[in-house]
Write a protein that binds this ligand. Sequence first.
Ligand SMILES: NC(=O)c1cc2c(=O)c3cc(F)ccc3oc2nc1N
Length: 339
Amino acid sequence: MELIKPEVKQRIQELRQLLQQASYAYYVLDSPIMEDAVYDQLYRELQNLETQYPELVTPDSPTQRVGEKPATQFTSVRHNIPLYSLENAFNIDELQAWDQRWRRQVPPQTAAEYVCELKIDGNALALTYENGVLTRGATRGDGVVGEDITQNVRTIRSIPLRLNLAGLKNFERVEVRGEAFLPLDVFKQINEERQKAGESLFANPRNAAAGTLRQLDSRIVAQRRLDFFAYTLQIPGMDDASIASSQWEALALLQKMGFRVNPNQRLCASLAEVAEYYQHWDTERLNLPYMTDGVVVKINSFKLQEQLGFTQKFPRWAIALKYAAEEAPTRVENIAVNV
Ligand SMILES: NC(=O)c1cc2c(=O)c3cc(F)ccc3oc2nc1N
């Protein structure tokens, strides 16, 4: 192989850096720093250089988000850390009952803060990063075994192909969980296209996202603009308390590493504040550009989470405080009617 001129390598690195920063600003921070036309021009220049020097292509290059050939099937994969589901509460009384339940496991008067996160109505994804590079994206499946949909996950622009691990040690292997979802306007557009093509409509954005994630051709997935909010950071073999001291800190770390984290989280000092957050978003959520179906209430301290642990199925330290279901279908039906 003839020696590659250093300025070519230099230019390729420069283009990757520029394109990655522009993509991060646009898809994660929602604040573009570059005109689309400029982005496209730089992207084409990088593509041309990588075509000319294929040995310089790296998996985290912005040109590597969309796979060329469709997969024939998805392989099953065992999660490095099982994904549990959340116990449900349907009103404030049931939230209080949960609070009394976990409090029976710890000394009386144990102080606790709560983190409230909007419960995004999408599909849980398990992301694996090795030395900062995304190596696997899998569906939740049954919590122990999911499907390897890495090539589809790579097309989700708000999921970083490489993490920003500046200043972080022991982060060689990182597991991130979050929710992949379809923004409502994309859901509506997809159903309009399906209506025109005489295909069946997706009943709701969650089904549309699930259907999209299971597409064998990642080029179709790339056109559908799935999005992602991260909410859990874990390191196999390390207890959570040595990664961060709390959920609140973990959310800040996820943002620092390059993930999109839902901006409406709230740190609550009491159940009264949790109830206030729950009531506030019962109506406010209808103005959001994505579907939610409740609030996830988590004990903030990782030390207290560890003391409480898990039942067979659920973490004792979290609960999904759901909204009454009749809201969502009405709204989604409205969208269907407009189609
Ligand atoms: N849909 C969601 O927006 C959402 C979902 C979960 C979980 O399913 C979940 C499951 C666990 F076992 C533990 C924590 C969790 O935190 C979560 N946090 C969220 N924000």
